[in-house]
Design a binder for this molecule. Structure first.
Ligand SMILES: *Cc1c(COP(=O)(O)O)cnc(C)c1O
Length: 355
């Protein structure tokens, strides 16, 4: 079960706003709101959020169909020309990252103009126009009657969570140089890490994702990152208990072997429920609020935990896999991935309980 704490979500969003009082703060709800349930998250933020960010038009349509009436930015723009018509009808904002997307907007036969965000490649080399292309692209968009007046120029940081890297400063310089000649444009740069840690990147629009779900993008302690409240708590329960002798093995392929007489608790959660199969032995699992090591391989519906050092465990006892008492980042570290991935890949099989 994934318990989703909507008050924590609102508090984290309010923190993003308060750290950047001169910016508008647009929550990123793509990928099912990083696994938390897109519609529920958008509804919970409806009073605070001026707009939302999603990856594709299917997500935007789902929000509209659920009654969300704010603007919705398609972060990767359109994938085909007909999406421009839908976007115009539905009030979606379009990121423009390449020439085909730009041409599709300019050539569209639409009754009302669309709001456009122009993406610049300031160094991440994934999406966006090269700095030298920007003046020409900007001009052709602003000359088009299909485009609303206020174009937002945006870019994305590759290493914002890494304090040792000077790449963010380089991207910032490239961005500022590229937009220097435009009068009265709006701009957008900051993701969670730069909202939390780099006030110099705060612009007209900030785009927090991970932080509003209550996890810090930083690998180390950080004043603002440490104020976030986990939104998702993934929990289960002990469903079986047994004592085994030293030398006995546990789980598929007998990967783990007891070095001492051990008590093994079986927990009702597995990779079919979004718990990573790559979690190695020793990954922390909270049984009755106490950290115990995962042992044996993760099954589809179950995991096994060594509770030898814990007194009085019984069937039905509560287990937390991550959340309130165990940061998802810690589990992710053991699995050589990011908390981003663990949250986002949470399958629909797991019931979300909103509180
Ligand atoms: C997902 C995304 C964000 C949010 O990033 P976080 O690190 O989760 O805050 C911001 N901007 C763009 C363009 C994105 O795709």
């Amino acid at each position: 079960m994934a318990t989703i704490d909507l008050q924590a979500l609102r508090d984290n969003f309010a923190l993003a706003q308060s750290l950047a009082p001169d910016s508008q703060t647009m929550p990123m709800v793509k990928a099912n709101a990083y696994g938390h349930g897109m519609v529920e998250v958008a509804q919970a933020l409806a009073e605070q959020a001026p707009a939302y960010g999603v990856a594709c038009i299917e997500e935007a349509l789902e929000l509209r169909d659920a009654g969300i009436c704010q603007p919705i930015l398609l972060l990767e723009g359109t994938f085909s020309a007909d999406e421009v018509n839908t976007a115009a009808l539905k009030g979606f904002w379009l990121m423009v990252e390449n020439h085909p997307q730009k041409d599709a907007i300019i050539n569209a036969d639409i009754a009302q103009p669309v709001n456009v965000w122009l993406g610049i490649d300031s160094g991440m080399h994934r999406l966006g126009f090269l700095p030298e292309e920007v003046p020409e692209v900007y001009r052709s968009l602003s000359d088009s009657r299909n485009v609303n007046d206020q174009i937002v120029v945006a870019s994305h940081f590759a290493c914002a969570e890494d304090f040792d890297s000077d790449f963010t400063a380089q991207q910032l310089t490239t961005f500022d140089k590229t937009v220097a000649d435009f009068d009265s444009i709006k701009t957008s740069l900051a993701n969670s890490a730069s909202i939390l840690g780099r006030p110099d990147t705060h612009r007209d629009w900030n785009r927090p994702g991970y932080m509003i779900y209550g996890a810090s993008p930083f690998a180390q302690a950080q004043e603002n990152g440490d104020r976030l409240k986990p939104v998702m708590t993934l929990s289960s329960a002990v469903i079986s208990l047994r004592s085994i002798s030293a030398g006995e093995k546990v789980g598929y392929s007998g990967k783990w072997c007891a070095e001492r007489p051990s008590t093994i608790a079986t927990i009702g959660i597995g990779y079919g429920d979004g718990y990573p199969r790559t979690a190695p032995k020793g990954t922390p699992v909270l049984v009755n609020g106490i950290e115990c090591p995962l042992v044996g391989s993760v099954s589809m519906d179950m995991i096994t935990v060594d509770v030898t050092d814990l007194e009085g465990v019984t069937i039905g006892d509560p287990v937390e896999l991550w959340g309130n008492q165990l940061p998802v980042n810690r589990v992710a570290e053991h699995c050589a991935t990011l908390g981003y991935e663990l949250l986002t890949r949470m399958p629909l099989r797991v019931p979300r309980v909103y509180k």
